[in-house]
Design a protein around this ligand. Structure first.
Ligand SMILES: [Zn+2]
Length: 170
């Protein structure tokens, strides 16, 4: 019996050819394998102007300019520029000053093992917690930009952030 899937054979071949450089990382119960160079490349080529420019996304991006060192480090080691690409949904909590955010980023790579079914089990999973952020790696992919390289891992998150723009939310 052949234990390898076609996908794995394809990945092994690309690795042997030196076409991809996959790095394994562990976060809580997740083991992921990511292509840091291609992820970084995607984020550095991606233009913020292509993303949503509503007040809520602007407020999220303004918060990204003042992330704590551990949060910066977390995004950095995954090759993500937190101001870019992702989906940031501002959930109206009725509080103008503190905003509840739910969103996602994408990474080139895959989940090797770890909790699954994030959509329905978010509150039961040992999420990665940094400041007010909670993160989990999702095998389900939503809202992937057409030009994002595959294979893809989705990084889901929730956060509570202040409203920092001069202009008030609607
Ligand atoms: Zn927006």
């Amino acid at each position: 019996m052949n234990p390898w899937t076609l996908d794995e054979i394809w990945l092994m071949r690309l690795k042997e050819e030196g076409a991809i450089h996959l790095i394994q990382m562990q976060f809580n119960e997740w083991i992921i394998e990511i292509d840091l160079e291609r992820t970084k490349q995607y984020y550095s080529n991606h233009k913020i102007e292509e993303d949503c420019s509503c007040l809520y996304c602007d407020n999220y991006r303004a918060n990204c300019e003042m992330l704590s060192p551990p949060l910066k480090e977390f995004f950095y080691q995954l090759g993500i520029d937190p101001r870019k690409e992702g989906e940031f949904m501002d959930l109206n909590t009725g509080d103008d000053k503190l905003r509840s955010i739910q969103g996602m980023y994408h990474i080139v790579g895959r989940v090797l093992s770890g909790p699954d079914d994030l959509d329905s089990k978010w509150n039961e999973i040992d999420l990665i917690k940094i400041d007010t952020y909670k993160f989990g790696f999702n095998r389900q992919i939503y809202c992937l930009p057409e030009d994002f390289p595959t294979p893809t891992v989705q990084l889901d998150f929730t956060a509570v952030i202040p409203w920092v723009l001069e202009i008030k939310p609607e």
